[in-house]
Design a protein around this ligand. Structure first.
Ligand SMILES: [Zn+2]
Ligand SMILES: [Zn+2]
Length: 366
């Protein structure tokens, strides 16, 4: 079969940035030296850009797991341009296809079934689906987001400004323009690129599958450390509508902490979560299917036990949810009550003062 044509622009961008980061940076560091300020600036922009992809491109726009204030969306659009991974609209369109057709050789744009290289970077180096490139039918909802469309329209300008303009500006402020171009520009970009690409490649190869074995996505705590929490990819593929990827409180998922943190100050809202019962049920189902596979035939009594366990689990989580709802209501009532008490005290105080003044006035007039 004839191979798809090579996209030379992408090949050049990926190989030149990689070569400069791998060879240029250490050479410059050894011969001229790079100040600590440059490294800190690169780290800050790495975090900004990484979180714009995970919290913005991925969990906000691709999956609509929460709503965000326009200022937050604007920051994500800027940080997304800094990551040089195409516009949020295009990225989300690809990503929705990935979820819909996961592991399908042709329809999943970065299918892990075609191997590490293809899912990591290979899929961007050739024109595999030129017919579908501008098909944005699956992101019609995002076309109504003015910030998404603004970023899509001005993507080239924005990405050049963020990847060349900003490093030059930082370098000028610190008196080390070349060092800033190398570290804040090239090295930071390459690290941003490959850590994100790992989610499509490694997170579909390396790790375990506690929630579903129907696709290749894996949970991997080590990967979560360098991907702002996206390493919990097995959970994500079955509960993609949940704003969390690391669902347990202790799982390293700075993206979920950021989204949650912003909700406390009203910058994000309507954070969506899968029900605790569904999550637990998924875990049980995986074990049950594994057991069936191993034993080939399962005794009837085991099926009964499993069904009974599912029933109990459902009843437990339902009652737990009810209890938590009552608790939240109680807390809300308590807050309302204390606000009422404070208002009452204040009114009582001013009423008494007013009454005293009135009496004084009356006394003086009589
Ligand atoms: Zn995936
Ligand atoms: Zn996803």
């Amino acid at each position: 079969m004839k191979k798809a044509p090579i996209i030379w622009l992408n090949v050049l961008v990926f190989s030149i940035t990689f070569a400069v980061a791998a060879i240029g940076v250490p050479l410059y560091a050894m011969t001229v030296g790079i100040s600590a300020g440059i490294w800190w600036a690169a780290l800050a922009l790495f975090v900004f850009s990484g979180l714009s992809i995970t919290a913005g491109y991925h969990r906000l726009w691709s999956h609509r797991t929460y709503d965000a204030h326009w200022s937050v969306r604007w920051l994500f659009a800027i940080g997304g341009a800094l990551s040089l991974q195409n516009s949020a609209l295009h990225w989300s369109s690809d990503h929705r296809e990935h979820h819909k057709h996961v592991d399908h050789d042709d329809n999943d744009p970065y299918s892990a079934s075609r191997g590490f290289w293809y899912s990591h970077i290979g899929w961007m180096l050739r024109e595999y689906h030129p017919d579908k490139y501008y098909d944005y039918n699956n992101v019609k909802d995002l076309q109504r987001d003015k910030i998404v469309m603004w970023q899509h329209k001005h993507y080239l300008k924005l990405t050049l400004l963020m990847n060349i303009g900003v490093p030059i500006l930082i370098g000028a402020l610190m008196g080390q323009i070349i060092a800033a171009m190398l570290v804040v520009g090239f090295l930071r970009l390459v690290v941003n690129h490959h850590t994100t690409f790992f989610i499509n490649s490694l997170a579909h190869i390396w790790g375990n599958r506690p929630y579903t074995e129907r696709n290749s996505a894996r949970d991997n705590g080590a990967l979560a450390l360098v991907t702002f929490g996206e390493g919990y990819h097995n959970f994500h593929h079955i509960f993609s509508g949940d704003y969390r990827n690391g669902v347990r409180w202790y799982q390293f998922d700075p993206t979920k902490w950021l989204i949650r943190g912003m909700s406390y100050v009203g910058l994000t809202k309507n954070l969506k979560r899968a029900s605790e019962y569904q999550i637990e049920k998924a875990r049980m189902e995986v074990l049950w299917l594994r057991l069936q596979q191993r034993q080939q035939t399962t005794a009837e009594w085991m099926q009964h036990e499993y069904d009974a366990l599912l029933e109990k689990t459902k009843a437990y989580y339902l009652s737990r949810k009810k209890m938590l709802d009552v608790k939240t209501q109680e807390m809300k009532d308590q807050v309302a009550h204390s606000a009422l008490v404070a208002q009452y005290q204040e009114l009582k105080h001013s009423f008494r003062q007013e009454k005293r003044r009135w009496k004084r006035m009356v006394r003086a007039a009589l």
